[in-house]
Structures are given as C-alpha cells and as structure tokens.
Design a protein around this ligand. Structure first.
Ligand code: CP
Ligand code: NVA
Length: 311
C-alpha cells in the first residue's frame, strides 16, 4: 500500500506548473537573488531536509540544490546509486516510501521519466526532476529567468534549438506551450523531435527547420546542448559525424541578430556543438544561466514546501 499524500505537488516536467505559477516563481527568483546578493539571511526552510538522489553525474544541479537548501536554512543529504541500496535493486516504490518518511523534499536525477513518476506516486513529500532522459525542467526555468532578466518577457519570442532533440530540447518545447513562445528546431536527420515524447498537447509552438541557419534567423535565444547526452555514450562516434554541421558559430549568431543571446545548459564541448568564439563571446549568457539555477531552484523549493509567500 502506498502512503503517498494525494495533495502533494511535484515538479516532474515543465507543464506541471501554469503560466501564472511561473510568473510568481520568476518574481520570487528575482527577490531571492537580490537577498542573496545583499548578504541578507533568509531562512524559511529551517529544519527542512532535502534528499538528492543522483543516478547520473552532475556539477551544477548538485551544487545549486545543496547550496540552495542550505542558504534557505535547511540541509541536504546526497545519495547515489553506487553506494546506496538504489544500485542493488531495491524497488523505486520502496525507496520512495522510506526516503520520503525521513525528509521534506526529494530531488532525483535518473534515466527514464517513469522512474521519477513511480517515485512521486509513492512519496509523501514533493519530488523534483533534476534531469531524466526525457526532461530537464529546472534547467529551462533558470534559462527563461535569465532571458527575462536581460531581455524582458518571453511571451511571443523565438528560441532557436540547434542539435539533438534531447531532454533539454523537449523541455523547451513544453515551456513554449505553457508560456506562449516559439521554438525553431533544427536537428540532423534521424535525430528529430518526437512530439509525443516531448509531452506536447498542441501543434502551434514549434517549427522544424532542416537548415540550422534558417532556425536562427531572427531568433531571440540561440541554444544548443551536447551531441551525446548522459546514457547515450555508446553512440558517441556516430553522433560526432552526424552532428558536424549543427555547430553554433559566429555566422549563426550574426544571422540571429545583435540582440540575440546564446544559452547552453553546460557542460559544453567547445568545437563540437558550439565554437569557443560564441560561448566565450559577448552574446553568451551561460554563466548567468548557470548561476540562476541556484536562485530559481530556491524559489521552487520554497514554493513546493510553503506555497506562495508574500515577503
Ligand atoms: N546543466 C546541468 O544540469 O549541469 P550538471 O549536469 O552539471 O548538473
Ligand atoms: N542533455 C544533457 C544535459 C546535461 C545537463 C544530458 O542529459 O547529458
């Protein structure tokens, strides 16, 4: 029998929140960031425990969640597959029952989306998707917050996605539906998006472009990701060949326009999906983007545990 509580909110994919909730979360991220920058102590989550479960590697996600919960007054416990029973075949459902009885919040980075869904279905506390094969919602929340900070509202704007139709791409596509913007997607043949896997409900928010130059023309955000995501390493050699023409370079940024910004979730491979000139150039906002994982996820954790707060 599951002891999950039906009224608990989880954040497993981007469309789990409404446009209105994102408006609140982006405002809240801005406020939380300003407090942090001013060295103001803000401890709404004293005595709350976040459990972080990693079945794949991470730098930013671990750092931002662990630092984030501590900066809010709480604490974090790190588990990985290698030295917990998770790697020895204990059922996800049993792990969820136990872990959620000893903590207030859980973040999971794993393989199939069904793993976080099964965990959430048996958890008493909110569960956050810290990346699955299918989605990376925390990343896109931070990316959109970054765009808003530098260029204003995202509604009606255009994002150019160049490369693999992976977890980050799927999440951009979902975000476009929720927040009403457009995504031009250009992927090599054989690596195109699968709308059903992206969890889309409509058809109106993306455009497929065979030529990456067509995708970037007039875009407000040009973004890409590694050619080989975690879990797909066996395909690396083949992908290096197939993706060779899907490299974001200075010519693409010129085609996008002077106001366009370049984003990348990181880690990046200079010379593969992006040139050093672009990622280290004036249109790149990747360091703000990485930092904003911290602020956006603090807003997310506060929201899942306390709901809307007024200060
Ligand atoms: N962008 C991102 O999620 O980075 P990590 O893999 O380092 O967590
Ligand atoms: N698409 C990449 C993102 C890493 C943050 C991966 O899944 O490996």
């Amino acid at each position: 029998m599951s002891n999950a509580k039906p009224d608990v909110r989880h954040y497993l994919q981007f469309k789990d929140f409404t446009r209105e909730e994102y408006a609140y979360l982006f405002d809240r991220s801005r406020w939380i960031k300003a407090q942090f920058k001013a060295y103001q102590r803000y401890w709404p989550l004293v005595d709350r425990t976040l459990v972080m479960i990693f079945e794949k590697a991470s730098t930013r996600t671990r750092l931002s969640f662990e630092a984030g919960i501590q900066q809010l007054g709480g604490m974090a416990i790190y588990l990985n597959t290698r030295d917990s029973q998770l790697g020895r075949g204990e059922p996800v459902e049993d792990s969820a029952q136990v872990i959620s009885r000893m903590s207030d919040l859980v973040m999971i980075r794993t393989f199939e989306q069904t793993i976080v869904e099964r965990f959430a279905a048996h958890s008493r506390v909110p569960v956050i998707n810290g990346l699955t094969n299918e989605y990376h919602p925390c990343q896109i929340m931070a990316d959109i917050f970054t765009f808003i900070e530098h260029r204003g509202p995202i509604q009606g704007r255009t994002v150019a996605w160049i490369g693999d139709s992976n977890n980050v791409c799927n999440t951009w596509l979902q975000a476009a539906e929720v927040l009403d913007f457009n995504v031009n997607v250009s992927s090599p043949p054989g690596y195109e998006i699968k709308p059903e896997q992206a969890g889309l409900s409509g058809v109106g928010h993306f455009r497929l472009c065979a030529d990456p130059m067509e995708a970037v023309r007039g875009a407000d955000i040009v973004t890409t990701d590694v050619w080989t995501s975690m879990g797909f390493e066996a395909e690396n050699e083949e992908r290096m060949r197939d993706f060779a023409d899907w490299k974001v370079d200075a010519e693409m940024m010129r085609a996008a326009g002077a106001d366009a910004i370049f984003l990348h979730c990181l880690p990046a491979h200079r010379g593969e999906e992006v040139t050093a000139e672009v990622i280290d150039g004036p249109q790149s906002f990747v360091w703000d983007e990485a930092e904003n994982r911290l602020h956006a996820q603090k807003a997310l954790m506060e929201y899942l545990l306390l709901g809307r707060v007024s200060q």
